[in-house]
Design a protein around this ligand. Structure first.
Ligand code: BG6
Length: 301
């Protein structure tokens, strides 16, 4: 069924057999995208990609079985768009308002090479009061890979715009005990589990045997998730991003979260690409920035 909460203009953008609107969970409007390599789902609520799955592969993105799907709360799993702040902010929702705002679908493009791109825009609203005028566009390109681009433009004629941004990606793993994260050796980080202690990563391959919540700074290189259980490696390549966050809530946190199953920490890890903390972005008047992330996967023995 087609969601009637979407505008007639948005519905006109559908491409029969490739991109269709439907009622997603909680009757929130969702787009399903089909390419010759993959299927993806994206909600207008939060411009939230909840699914990307290649043919003959398990889902790349983890989505909680008990996620909330309503207009007030973020979806648990997939790719929450974190903007314009990361983490807690007094009196404000954690991780910014972008992930709980219904974005507008502006454009769907189908390329000759078979990829499909969607462009969404964060509408103006009261939540943005206090910030200089800006635009936030999100381009999601589905093919054999999933490419995400968050474009922020400072529309103010005279004020700087300072913000944080992060594509808070939840990846599926077969078993967290058989997964390692490679690509952060030598990088400095804040360990949120140890009261934001400043450390330097010493491991070539990071294992996750307990709660992990780390913000790695000044790191622009790719990161790989090596999953010996699903025999898959996932590659996270990025541009315009100086921070990488690694998060797994583990047992106690999982039990505290009402929208996350008690055992689900075994099946996921977040590897998030963005610009947060000391890597926050300051745009001069009239300038723009692009955060680009490309996700791909291949067999891993
Ligand atoms: C991570 C943070 O990015 O997001 C964690 O580093 C946080 O501290 C996690 O717990 C989930 O946040 P939320 O707001 O979606 O529960």
């Amino acid at each position: 069924m087609i969601a009637d909460k979407t505008s007639a203009l948005e519905r006109r953008l559908e491409i029969p057999g490739r991109v269709s609107f439907m009622d997603g969970s909680g009757e929130l409007p969702m787009l399903e995208i089909k390419t010759e390599w993959s299927t993806a789902e994206i909600y207008l609520h939060g411009a939230h990609v909840t699914r990307f799955q290649k043919r003959d592969e398990p889902p790349l993105l983890f989505l909680s079985q008990v996620s909330r799907f309503d207009k007030e709360h973020p979806i648990r799993g997939g790719i929450p768009v974190i903007f314009p702040w990361f983490g807690a902010r007094a009196g404000k929702p954690a991780h910014g308002f972008a992930r709980t705002t219904a974005w507008e679908l502006k454009e769907i493009t189908s390329s000759a090479n078979g990829s499909i791109s969607l462009r969404l825009r964060l509408p103006d609203g009261p939540a943005a009061a206090g910030f200089p005028p800006f635009t936030a566009d999100y381009i999601v390109t589905v093919s054999e890979t999933l490419e995400l681009q968050l474009l922020i433009a400072n529309a103010s004629p005279d004020k700087e715009f300072t913000f944080e941004e992060c594509l808070h990606t939840y990846f599926t793993v077969g078993d967290i005990g058989a997964a390692s994260i490679v690509g952060l050796k030598g990088v400095g980080y804040e360990d949120k589990v140890e009261n934001f202690a400043k450390k330097v990563e010493t491991n070539e391959a990071i294992n996750i045997p307990s709660e992990v919540d780390r913000v790695y700074f000044d790191t622009t290189g790719p990161v790989e998730i090596q999953d010996r259980s699903l025999q898959r490696k996932i590659r996270v390549e990025k541009e315009g991003s100086a921070s990488t966050v690694v998060w797994n809530p583990w047992i106690a946190k999982a039990q505290q979260m009402s929208d996350f199953g008690n055992e689900e920490y075994q099946k996921m890890v977040c590897v998030e690409s963005g610009n947060v903390g000391k890597n926050k972005v300051t745009l001069p008047p009239g300038k723009s920035s692009a955060l680009t992330v490309k996700l791909s996967s291949a067999p891993f023995k």
